[in-house]
Unconditional design. Sequence first.
Length: 805
Amino acid sequence: MTIGTRIALGFATVLLLTVGVAFVGWNSLSTYAERVDLAAHTADLDTRLKSVRLEEARFVTERDAKAAANVPGMLDALQAEAQQTRAALAEGEGRRLLDEVRSGIDGYRAAFTNFVAQDAEAHARTASMETRARALREIAEKIGAQQSERYDLNMASKRDADAELRHAMDTAERANRVIERVLEVRRRQSELRRSPEEALAAQIVEALDELVQTTDTVAKDLVGTNDEALAARIAEDTRAYRDAVKAVRGKGAAALVDAGVAAGLDEAARGVQERAVELQQNQAIVTEALREASKFAQSEVNEAVMLRGLAMRLVQGAQAAMLGQRDFLLSGTPDATSGAKAAVAAAVKEILDIAGQAGAVLVDQDGRALIAAITDAARAFDSEFAALSAAAAKQHQASASMAQASAAVSGQVGRLVTLQREDREAGRASAGMVIAVGAAVALLLGALMAWIIDRAITHPLHAMTGAMGRLAEGDLTVEIPGGDRKDEMRHMADAMTIFKDNALEMQRMEREREEMRIQIDADRRRTMNEFANGFEQAVSGVVMSLTESAGSLGRDAQEMSSDAALTTAKSTAVATASQQATANVQTVAAAAEHLSASIAEISRQLNASSATASGAADKAVQTNSIVEGLSLAAERIGQVVGLIGEIAEQTNLLALNATIEAARAGEAGKGFAVVATEVKNLAGQTAKATEEISAQVAEMQTATSSAVEAIRTISDAVTAISGTVTDIAHEMEQQGSATREIAQNVQQAAEGTQQVMRNIAEVTTAATKTGGAADAVLNASRTLTAQADRLRGEVQGFLDKVRTA
């Protein structure tokens, strides 16, 4: 029997046991589920009842018509749920409780219907009360508006009367002053008759002028009044009186004493006085009339203020009545209800009292109509409030009935839920016991089958696992068990045998691979040594040529330094012995010849350098074919060598320029300064070139694969250097010819000996700077030589690494 067959039989047995246990559990759980479902239906009754109570509360608090409409439908659903639950129960206590629940639901429905009806009644009464209160406010506002208009009108009348009164009193006062002035003039006329003095006559005229001004003012103030003509007559008579007095006085003060004249003037004065008295009496009558008009307007104003205050109190009373009605609706305790009723009664009484007070004043037809409307609205409000109180009492009874019915239904549902819970728990315990027993039996049988299958499979597997472990550890001599079995273990044994044979074959191939690797390493090391030897020969030749060129440059710089020292000595000799100018000129000629010889030597060294560069180019061509992998780094070395060649060329040109400047004594100072600066710049470029050489050599150590292109560039650069050195040698020959011409013209310089003496100090300084520049060039050449040595060492180190790689 195969392993698969054994496992299949074991699983089939376990599945049969599982099906048996599942059937027993399903049967028990079905019974339990029916009881749970019944308990859920029973509990849902309480949930639905709470939902109905929530809708009831929403209607009570928000007066939402939708909530009132939802409650009957929810009660119908609750009744249907109760009937369905009753049908699912057997005869007994449960059905009796459900019958009581259905009866309680009907009682709750009747109480809620009554509550809604009483709420509608209360709402209607409240709306009617609001209408009555609004009517009271409108009447009060109408009275207030009328009395405000009355107040404004009478206040305007009073202000006008008071203004006219003050004007009349002022006019009477002016008339009184006119009378007083007329009497004063008449008195002075009497004195004048007794004593005709000019001063008295002047006083009379002055008094008459003032009197004319007063009467003119009165006439202007009374324009448009009943006394306008009288005031104008008084002003006219007064002016005529004054003019008459002035006319008589023109004849002298004595003329005023004449009996006929005096009688005429006195008659005119009496006429003015009588008319002024008449004006005073008229203004007194007007004053009294205006005073009475002001008093009447004030009484009207006072009455309007009183009625407007009553209107405001009426509005406050209506508001107090509505507030009492609102407090009554919102009251939740008997004390609060009693207080609200008392507030409404007090507000209605206040409104009726206000109506009585206003009726005593408003005696016209419109006023009596307004008072009657106020009284009717107040009494209607009181009647509506009584009806509202009755509806609220009935609504409270309905609310109590709803609460009682709801509590009864909740209690009965609670007892029914308790019965269902006990029945459900009993079913759950029975189902749990059946499932536990079935599971225990299935567990025991399953464990027995597992042990049997384990014994038939695990022992061969353990033996196979041990053999696999030894084979994995490299033991290829292990024997593979299970080759004679009839089940799947035989296939595993065959696979293990193949694995063992493959491992033996891999061991043999590994030995052959190791021998091949040793041979490849030997061939590679031999090739690298050959490559290093060829590279060493090529680069060493280039470095040697570079070193020789640097040495030649150093020797030239040494000669330049000697020439500078000689120039300094000559300048000193010229300074100490000016009478020996001719001899010194000859010495300069000898120095020029020596300088020409130095230039010839430099040309010879440059030719030698050119030959060396040509040889280096040939070697670079040979090296290029050997070290193809080093081309890129060699190209960069060629660029650096080219830079060094340019520096050498410029240095030689500067040496020639220094020679020319030394011969031209007049411009020596500036020329030597320029030369010194250029020499310093060349020294810096030489240092930069050596740094670049070091960097490129380092790159050569890490870029062996690109060395061939660099070697090719070196060959080109060395060829260019050879051509450049040839050009420099040609230039040096030209400079030698120029130097010889300078020696021939030295005799002509004797004529400028005196000028040389004045500038000799500057020449000495320039010579010193030239010596410093030559020393700097010498140091640069030495540094270049040292860097070439360092390059040689770095190349040697690189080759050592290549050989050991």
